[in-house]
Design a protein around this ligand. Sequence first.
Ligand SMILES: Cc1ncc(COP(=O)(O)O)c(C=O)c1O
Length: 403
Amino acid sequence: MLNSNLDVLPENAFPRLAELIAGITPAQSPILLSLGEPGHPMPDFVGDILQAHQSDYTKYPPIDGTPGFRSAAAGWLNRRFGLHACPVNPDGGVLPLNGTREGLFSIAFIVTPPRKADKQPAILMPNPFYQCYAGAAAAAGAEAIYLDAPAETGFLPDLDKLTPELLERTALFYLCSPANPQGAVAGLDYLKRLITLAREFDFVIAFDECYSEIYLDTPPPGGLQAAQMLAGERDGAGHPFANLLVFNSLSKRSNLAGLRSGLIAGDPMLLAKFRQFRAYVGPTNPLPADAVATAAWSDEAHVIANRALYREKFTVAEGILTGHFDYYTPAGGFFLWLNVGDSEAATKKLWREAGVKVLPGKYLSRTQPDGTNPGAQYIRVALVLERDSIAEGLRRIRDVLNG
Ligand SMILES: Cc1ncc(COP(=O)(O)O)c(C=O)c1O
């Protein structure tokens, strides 16, 4: 009666956290730093646009979004990643998502064949990883391969370790840059290398770039940008975005997690298949939400202001945590990844003695067959609350764990 493919999935990270700290009464007022839900204000134009488009709630929205949305999304990608030689085409090159999570999940069904190289297909992902990738791999009937991304390899999977045997049966590779949880950013050479491997071994890359706009100084490069560079370097065979799809979102960039609005762009052949599949599933974006998204992708002022708020909090974090728990300021994203030795023990202690809720890195990573788990020593701390709560929370973390 049940789909046994799903048996490989453990309980999700947040129910595990709830179980870990159940029955503990915090000694101090709670500060919740476990969930990555942005707490900054949303752009001030949201309410007016929703109101102006209220009557559109009577209409079924198109699966392709509106032409205005697609132009705004393509325009943003082209400006942000300097896609002058190979611009994203608003017709066929980009589609809306009901949040990137939905698209990251669905894509596994479209690109996973029943067999590859006469074997069970593999879906590769970093370890630790955004949990949706593992759910998608299991549901699509693929074997999830967890590629450790520890400090020694810059918190990114080591591409040199991938064997031809594995790559031949690889259907999909999820890469998250900036990475959740470690904030690592893959450079252009890394991205180009991965695209080259995807084309050589005929697999698809899902570039999860939903933290691309949360950075300190240098904008993280993206998959489309790397593909454009490769197109300039090779003989021009094939579509410049062949084998790759990028995913981005308004959830972090514009503090609109509840709007459920993202985008997918890249290989037009893959997008056409994706579109056809999703017309059956039907995760459309309501037209008023689409109108907000159109305005949000067209405006950069609120994104700059948002980034400045995160920068202030990283300055606070540097002041409190430098020299403790292998602290580093991540190149992107809004998480701290702190080496506390034993992630579960530290999480319990912090909740009990400091009233600070964090997420054990162990729950974001898979234990490998040799018993190692690259997240087991870390806690993830989300810097999403306002500055004073973050400062108080980080001071408590430092004092309780060092005490
Ligand atoms: C790495 C990563 N990818 C994707 C998402 C999904 O974002 P959304 O579905 O809100 O666009 C999240 C949300 O936390 C995330 O951390």
